[in-house]
Write a protein that binds this ligand. Structure first.
Ligand code: ATP
Ligand code: MG
Length: 214
């Protein structure tokens, strides 16, 4: 684990984690992370590109280092944003619970961890490993995402989770960004423009390294 990340975790009382495949990172991720930061007074948001996502086993995804570098480029200019290599460097499948435990241990007693997700990802949470422990260690911030109904989400979570855990999931309205990595990859395959859907630095990186070509 790198020195700066340890330092930030030790010094901050309120830290957000933004997990994702980031293949590639886009403005939907950045708007969501920034909205969560300002709404919940987070001192840092640490982006954690996943190594081997357990739920994306069947899909081919870009190499970890490409995804890490794109995440780094996209977040470099924001003084509140950091990128962690923890899942990329950990062998085997990436489980959020391992990341969250690790980070919580680095923080001072009384420090709070928030896990930022879109409405689609939180719906999958009940299928994740050690969901009870996860909800014990972090508070989830569930951001609105076009195409996913927050009310349906609430009723589904109410059915599946105990009340004590429901309290640990907070909904957050973010400016609607109908952008997904899947859509960006499809546009690239079809030779369509991806400009303004993601930071220019990331767009240049994609073209330079011939990512997502047919
Ligand atoms: P893919 O299409 O490959 O699944 P994605 O755009 O969903 O990519 P992920 O890396 O899977 O991106 O998502 C990381 C996190 O960001 C998830 O919690 C997801 O819900 C959230 N997220 C992604 N895009 C948006 C968006 N446009 N608005 C709000 N949240 C988003
Ligand atoms: Mg996704």
């Amino acid at each position: 684990m790198d020195f700066y990340e340890d330092l930030h975790l030790q010094r901050s009382k309120r830290v957000g984690i933004m997990g994702g495949t980031f293949d590639p990172i886009h403005l939907g991720h950045l708007v969501t992370a920034e909205a969560a930061r300002s709404e919940f007074n987070l001192e840092k948001v640490i982006f954690v590109p996943s190594g081997q996502p357990p739920h994306k086993k069947m899909k081919t995804i870009s190499s970890k280092e490409f995804r890490y570098l794109m995440t780094f480029l996209a977040t470099a200019a924001n003084p509140y944003f950091e990128v962690s290599r923890t899942e990329i460097d950990r062998p085997g499948e990436s489980f959020t619970i391992d990341t969250v435990r690790y980070m919580k241990n680095k923080m001072q007693p009384g420090g709070e961890l928030f896990f930022i997700t879109g409405a689609d990802a939180i719906l999958e949470i009940v299928t994740w490993k050690n969901v009870n422990e996860l909800l014990d260690v972090v508070t989830f911030i569930a951001a609105t995402r076009p195409g996913y109904d927050l009310n349906e989400l609430k009723s589904r979570l109410t059915k599946e989770l105990d009340n004590q855990f429901l309290k640990k999931i907070i909904a957050l309205e973010v400016p609607a960004m109908a952008i997904s990595s899947t859509d960006i990859r499809i546009r690239m395959k079809k030779n369509r423009s991806i400009k303004y859907l993601l930071p220019e630095s990331v767009e240049n990186f994609i073209h330079k390294n011939n990512l997502y070509l047919p």
